[in-house]
Design a protein around this ligand. Structure first.
Ligand code: LIP
Length: 287
């Protein structure tokens, strides 16, 4: 997998320095969320549906990330899951998921992460260039990071996608949305996929899923309905580890569909997903 070309960066800015900052941001917010986790986590509010929760720690984590970015990179823009977009003048945007896997955080299931990425260009998966990213799995401390053209690491050790070539022997990661009708559609698609793979893993955090793909802990991944902050950092870790991250029908990865893995596994999986209309191209749009 060849990394996309490096766009022009602001004076004095390097991919390595941006990557280093992403790691410092994610681990600092991770420490806050870990130390601040009450014995019983309560839902502060719900968002897209009654089962789409936000907790006080989601907000506290994002607030810390925004403060640190404003201090270290005041001219950069910010787009985060829990707050308003902040415009910038540098051409760079920080894309923040303060707790990815909030339902796991709520239940104490140890698969949730702080995900921090910095992109050049309009902060939209179809058009952005992800320059660097970090996914910090707070419960166990695993930290994946990558820089454009620099490769990807887990806890400092280089990682690469697995070597599975047959979908039938592949362990697949996926996830489901917060909308009941959407989950019904995703269930119908999964019924088409299940007989054609080894097994699925539903771990509850797209950011961690994409990083497990990058280090070969799962062989291939797909999910419909991801927000930019769910996938930004995980996507650069996966691509720098040798994965293709794409949509269906040759389109870019994004909310309609994100498929990731070694090129030949992605091609095999995309055929099944397209036949199952998994990106909803043929269905009425679910809000
Ligand atoms: C989560 C994603 C996950 C998806 C969940 C949820 P959140 O993000 O990371 O892949 O299956 O439904 O969207 O809401 O925890 O930031």
């Amino acid at each position: 997998m060849i990394s996309p070309a490096l766009p022009e960066l602001p004076d004095g800015v390097t991919v390595t320095a941006l990557r280093d900052l992403a790691v410092r941001l994610a681990t600092a917010a991770g420490a806050l969320v870990r130390e601040g986790r009450p014995d019983r986590v309560v839902v502060a509010a719900t968002k897209s549906s009654e089962v789409d929760p936000v907790t006080v720690m989601d907000r506290a984590s994002e607030e810390l990330l925004r403060e640190m970015i404003a201090a270290e990179r005041p001219d950069d823009a910010i787009m985060g899951e829990e707050g308003d977009d902040v415009p910038g003048t540098s051409g760079l945007t920080w894309v923040l998921d303060p707790i990815d896997g909030t339902v796991n955080y709520l239940y104490g299931v140890a698969s949730w992460a702080v995900s921090v990425a910095v992109v050049a260009g309009p902060p939209e998966p179809a058009t952005w260039t992800v320059l660097a990213g970090c996914v910090h799995s707070v419960a166990d401390g695993r930290t994946w990071s990558a820089g454009l053209g620099e490769g990807a690491t887990r806890d400092g050790t280089p990682v690469h996608v697995g070597s599975a070539t047959s979908l039938g022997a592949s362990l697949l990661g996926t996830g489901f949305g917060y909308d009941a009708e959407r989950r019904a559609q995703q269930g119908r698609v999964l019924a088409q996929v299940l007989p054609r793979i080894r097994d699925i893993r539903r771990l509850g955090s797209a950011a961690i899923d994409l990083c497990l793909l990058a280090d070969g802990s799962i062989d291939v991944y797909y999910e419909r309905g991801l927000n930019p902050w769910d996938m930004a950092a995980g996507a650069v870790v996966a691509t720098e580890a040798g994965a293709v991250v794409t949509g269906l029908r040759g389109g870019p990865a994004g909310n309609a569909m994100t498929v990731a893995g070694p090129a030949d596994l992605v091609a095999q999986l995309a055929e099944i997903l397209e036949a199952a209309d998994a990106d909803g191209a043929g269905l009425a749009e679910i809000p």
